[in-house]
Design a protein around this ligand. Structure first.
Ligand code: HEC
Length: 98
């Protein structure tokens, strides 16, 4: 019984880590930190956008973040990824993708 409980807790914890982040906070970060100074949101919706999956989205957000020297923490990166995904990209979350 105890082991089942532990497994359930571990699983739900892992789930929350993989569930990318807090999109509401991501929106705030995205809007506050000059993300639209080089490109507009059309970069995210255009037919020939380059980003094809969540992993690539995270990599790109990190690259763009380093251009700005925001030095976001991992959680902040994940929040912005969650926001961009919810708002524009709509990739399946990793848990659903498996
Ligand atoms: C210094 C200029 C610059 C800033 C500031 C910038 N970006 Fe970018 N971003 C780019 C360039 C250039 C590309 C296109 C890269 C390419 O085509 O390979 C890009 C592409 C992207 C893409 C991928 C678009 C696609 O093709 O699907 C995302 C997502 C993105 N940026 C997010 C962000 C976020 C989030 C921020 C704020 C942290 C940000 N960008 C700030 C220059 C910038």
């Amino acid at each position: 019984m105890f082991r089942i409980l532990l497994a359930a807790i571990t699983l739900s914890f892992a789930g929350s880590v993989f569930a990318a982040g807090d999109a509401t906070n991501g929106k705030v970060l995205f809007e506050k930190r000059d993300c639209l100074s080089c490109h507009g949101t059309e970069a995210f919706t255009s037919e020939d956008r380059k980003i094809k999956n969540l992993k690539a989205l995270e990599v790109q957000v990190r690259l763009c973040d380093s251009n700005l020297n925001n030095n976001w923490f991992d959680e902040e990166i994940h929040d912005v990824v969650a926001y961009l995904n919810e708002q524009y990209y709509k990739f399946p979350e990793p848990a659903e993708a498996q």
